[in-house]
Design a protein around this ligand. Structure first.
Ligand SMILES: *[C@@H]1O[C@H](CO)[C@@H](O)[C@H](O)[C@H]1NC(C)=O
Ligand SMILES: *[C@@H]1O[C@H](CO)[C@@H](O)[C@H](O)[C@H]1NC(C)=O
Ligand SMILES: *[C@@H]1O[C@H](CO)[C@@H](O)[C@H](O)[C@H]1NC(C)=O
Ligand SMILES: *[C@@H]1O[C@H](CO)[C@@H](O)[C@H](O)[C@H]1NC(C)=O
Ligand SMILES: *[C@@H]1O[C@H](CO)[C@@H](O)[C@H](O)[C@H]1NC(C)=O
Ligand SMILES: *[C@@H]1O[C@H](CO)[C@@H](O)[C@H](O)[C@H]1NC(C)=O
Ligand SMILES: *[C@@H]1O[C@H](CO)[C@@H](O)[C@H](O)[C@H]1NC(C)=O
Length: 213
């Protein structure tokens, strides 16, 4: 009799372990990092129909940060940086233009947040040829680049891991209107600095953790 009870107990324990594993595994694979899109990008200095007699150092930007999870909310951990730079076509250097820092915030499941407004830059690089004093020199050919540096954490019991996010977007701007090329928003993608191995390590670590409940 006693042997039966203990074997049943062992059996139940195994079943519970398997169920916990399956549930956690599906919750884990259902978790995705947020997406960031550049919805609008406008450089007034490049608007050839605009007022070129005054130097306009601003850039209008509209970003959309979306929590794609339908299971969990997430925390964007302070500080979050968007660094904007200009990449001239001729050189392989980048010219830092502006930084946008955001405070950390919480985002509910499936929610999206827009961050938009005029960014004051340090001044757009220009190929001034001496004659254009006071007015704006023509900006050199090239593209704008936006980098995102941030960390997020899921609002889920047992998931305290912070995930680093390093994203980038290349922004081509029409040199007559100053408006971003293309109607659709541009999705920021993993930049070269993304730490892939750490994410992999976490997955493996997590699976082992479940086995030893
Ligand atoms: C460019 O400048 C013109 C004239 O000031 C203005 O009407 C137009 O709205 C500007 N373009 C954009 C995209 O703001
Ligand atoms: C351009 O800006 C200057 C200074 O703000 C102003 O005096 C001028 O009237 C403006 N020109 C146009 C076409 O809006
Ligand atoms: C620069 O352009 C923006 C967008 O058109 C405008 O709101 C702002 O007043 C301009 N600033 C200057 C200094 O002309
Ligand atoms: C982004 O800008 C911030 C603020 O100036 C700076 O501290 C940080 O080092 C920049 N990050 C990179 C990778 O340039
Ligand atoms: C471009 O990069 C290479 C290697 O990083 C460097 O040797 C070269 O001087 C750079 N050219 C310019 C124009 O900055
Ligand atoms: C300066 O640039 C303007 C516009 O590209 C051009 O018309 C002018 O001839 C240039 N002046 C000199 C001195 O290079
Ligand atoms: C151009 O501006 C610089 C400083 O901003 C000034 O020293 C120089 O005299 C100006 N040149 C002309 C032709 O106005």
């Amino acid at each position: 009799m006693a042997a039966d009870i203990s074997s049943c107990y062992g059996c139940c324990k195994l079943i519970i372990t398997i169920i916990s594993f399956v549930v956690l595994f599906f919750v884990y694979i259902a978790m995705v990092l947020p997406s960031i899109h550049v919805e609008e990008f406008y450089v007034p200095a490049l608007n050839s129909t605009g007022n070129l007699t005054t130097i306009n150092k601003t850039i209008y930007i509209n970003l959309k940060l979306k929590n794609r999870n339908h299971v969990t909310g997430l925390y964007y951990i302070d500080p979050l940086f968007f660094n904007l730079s200009f990449i001239p076509k001729e050189q392989n250097t980048s010219v830092p233009l502006a930084e946008l820092a955001l405070h950390g915030f919480y985002q509910g499941k499936g929610k999206a947040k827009h961050v938009k407004g005029l960014l004051m830059t340090r001044g757009l690089p220009s190929v001034s040829n001496g004659t254009s004093n006071g007015t704006q020199g023509l900006p050199p050919a090239g593209s704008f680049r936006l980098d995102f540096f941030g960390k997020v954490r899921y609002k889920l019991q047992g998931f305290h891991q912070r995930h680093s996010m390093l994203l980038e977007a290349n922004l081509e701007v029409d040199d007559k209107t100053g408006v971003k090329v293309g109607d659709k928003g541009i999705r920021m993608v993993k930049s070269g600095a993304w730490d892939e191995t750490r994410d992999m390590f976490f997955t493996v670590f997590m699976l082992f953790g479940v086995f030893f409940i």
